[in-house]
Design a protein around this ligand. Structure first.
Ligand code: PLP
Length: 437
């Protein structure tokens, strides 16, 4: 920990002032930036602030730090790899970290997925997935199949193709919509994860597939959990039925597991709740246990084979980022998967679900609360009105926890390794805040 002497706090003040003047934070204005909290280190499930305070982490740094921070085994993997090489280009070169990570991913995912494209962020893995789907239909001499069908309330990233399939109601998509191709949207799946299934729920999807099959490349959506588009958990029968419809109408299925992958919903991948397999799968976020930016797009031999034998494109798949398969990130990814698979993560996630349910479900009766939902290691309190993020954040920090609400949602998705005491602290503070609203 840094010394709390006066020159240190002066430099923190100077850094904060510089930050306020010059550095953009996610989704913020440069004119009225929300306060930011300087973090100097993190360990286990704790974030250490520059002023000496310690916060219990309820966010896993946006789904990613599933093992907690500063983990000795991940640190070791990073140190070992950096002593070999941090990065080399992937054009014309290969290396153990990439090969090992691809091996592990293929072993972990359904048999039909056989090919891995590594890239540097979740959004890019979505771009890659969309390109794969479009190139597949071009290869099959059906170039008119280039549109996408998705559901409202989705979030797939901030780059252009990813943004074009984000929730149409969100401000972001509206702002740039002139640039997008006209994709198709069905209503958000209505039946809750734990409610009896209502078959009507898929009707609109089916009508759209029927009407547009000839121009649709793929359906893209987040399986079971819609994350940044509203933290909504829908029924597995929706996904199961959708998979059947995609087969029936000859449309590919892209699943975005960037948030849900690697155990968060109680299964290794959320699509396992529905017993289905996608044609294209996007992974990211927790892939390196939150250490490095890395993502992957996996696909089938059918897709890879078709794209690769297309004479029109000389069989080339048209993508190749500079930091593709970054060895440092891949090495940490391997260590993170080993750590996950050698841990009792399923019972950890189950216990988190039980405790978070017990603590949060009674809040549905508190005035101002619209809904409470819990699935796996995700607990959500939806308020009736938008939450004042700056005020909420200050309350949480003053009470020793790191929880960052957005819109009407106050939610936690802690590292799986969190202790019962720390988890209890998170839910206690959440409860106290909601009751004070
Ligand atoms: C975070 C996220 C993305 C985008 O990933 P980035 O690494 O932020 O580009 C895409 N899809 C889902 C479901 C996500 O949660």
């Amino acid at each position: 920990m840094p010394q709390k002497n006066s020159s240190y706090s002066l430099s923190v003040e100077a850094d904060l002032a510089f930050d306020r003047e010059h550095i953009w934070h996610p989704y913020t204005s440069m004119h009225e930036p929300l306060p930011v909290y300087p973090v100097v280190s993190a360990k286990g499930v704790e974030l250490h602030l520059a002023d000496g305070r310690t916060l219990i982490d309820g966010m896993s740094s946006w789904w990613s730090a599933i093992h907690g921070y500063n983990h000795p085994e991940l640190n070791q993997a990073a140190t070992d790899q950096i002593g070999q090489m941090s990065h080399v280009m992937f054009g014309g070169i290969t290396h153990k970290p990439a090969v090992n990570l691809a091996r592990k991913l293929l072993a972990l995912t359904p048999q039909n997925l056989q090919h891995v494209f590594f890239c540097d962020s979740g959004s890019v893995s979505i771009e890659v997935a969309i390109k794969m789907a479009i190139q597949y239909w071009v290869a099959k001499d059906r170039p008119l199949k280039y549109r996408l069908l998705t559901v409202c309330g989705g979030y797939h990233g901030d780059t252009f193709a990813a943004m074009s399939v984000c929730d149409p109601e969100g401000g972001m998509r509206e702002l740039f919509k002139k640039v997008f191709p006209a994709h198709l949207f069905a209503a958000r799946p209505k039946t809750r994860f734990d409610e009896p299934w209502v078959t009507d729920d898929l009707n609109e999807m089916e009508l759209l597939l029927e009407a547009h099959a000839d121009e649709l490349a793929a359906v893209i959506l987040e399986p079971i959990v819609q994350g940044a588009g509203g933290m909504w958990f829908y029924h597995s029968a929706y996904l199961k039925g959708l998979k059947q419809l995609c087969e029936q109408y000859d449309v590919l299925l892209i699943l975005d597991e960037i948030a849900t992958g690697f155990g968060r919903t109680g299964r290794m991948f959320a699509f396992e709740h529905a017993g289905i397999t996608p044609d294209i799968l996007c992974l990211g976020k927790a892939l390196t246990g939150g250490y490095m930016s890395l993502a992957a797009t996996l696909t089938t031999s059918e897709l890879a084979g078709c794209i690769s034998s297309d004479k029109k494109t000389a069989g080339i798949f048209m993508h190749g980022p500079t930091f593709m398969a970054n060895p440092l990130a891949c090495a940490i990814g391997c260590a993170s998967l080993d750590l996950l698979q050698s841990s009792p993560w399923e019972s950890w996630v189950k216990n988190i679900a039980i405790r978070v349910k017990q603590a949060l479900e009674p809040l549905v009766r508190v005035s101002g609360v619209a809904d409470v939902r819990v699935l796996g290691a995700i607990g959500v309190v939806e308020m009736q009105r938008p939450v004042d993020v700056a005020a909420a954040q200050k309350y949480f920090v003053d009470n020793g926890v790191w929880i960052r609400p957005f819109a009407k949602l106050i939610y936690i998705m802690p590292p799986y390794v969190i202790s019962e005491d720390d988890l209890g602290r998170l839910t206690d503070v959440m409860k106290a805040f909601v009751e004070s609203c």
